[in-house]
Design a protein around this ligand. Sequence first.
Ligand SMILES: Nc1ncnc2c1ncn2[C@@H]1O[C@H](COP(=O)(O)OP(=O)(O)OP(=O)(O)O)[C@@H](O)[C@H]1O
Length: 156
Amino acid sequence: MSNITVCARFRPLSSKEKRDHGANICIQSVDSESFIIKDKKDEGFTFSFDKVFYEKSKQADVYEFLVLPIVQDSVNAIYGTIIAYGQTGAGKTYSMEGLNILESDEEKKGILPRVVDVLFACIRSSDESTKYSIKLSMVEIYMEKVRYVCVGDSDW
Ligand SMILES: Nc1ncnc2c1ncn2[C@@H]1O[C@H](COP(=O)(O)OP(=O)(O)OP(=O)(O)O)[C@@H](O)[C@H]1O
C-alpha cells in the first residue's frame, strides 16, 4: 500500500431521496475496489480506489481498513492525517463523528471517537517509562477557507 490511501464510501439513500427520485442508483459495484457510474446515456465509467465501501459498510469496516494503521503508526511517532471529502450531505460528518459525537452507540460511532479510544488504550498498555504527547487539530475547509473545528492547544 502507498503512503496515501484513497477510499470511496457510499451512504444509503435517504427516505426523501427515495421518495423524490426512486430507489434506483446509477452505481454498479464491480468489486471491493472498483465501481461503474452510468450516465444518462447508460454509458459506464469505471472508477478504482484502494477500497470502496458500499452502502452496507459499517463504521468499523472503514475504521479498521483506513484508520487503524494510522493510529498504530502514530503511537510510534509517525504522523498521520485523515481527510473526508465530499459534497454537502455526502456523509463526511457521519464517517468522522458518527450519528452523534456525544452518543456512545458502539456500532455507529465514527472515526474520531474510535481513534481516541484506541490511542489512549495503546498508551495505557505501553511501557510506563515512555512519555507521550498528543496534539489534535480538526479543521473544516469550506469554500477554500480553513475553519478550526476543535482547538485544544494554543500552539495550533
Ligand atoms: N454511511 C451512512 N449510513 C447511514 N446514514 C448515513 C451514512 N452517511 C451519512 N448518513 C446520513 O446522511 C445524512 C448526511 O450525512 P452528513 O451530515 O454526514 O453529511 P456531510 O457530508 O457531513 O454534510 P455537510 O457537508 O452538509 O455537513 C445524515 O443524516 C447522516 O446521518
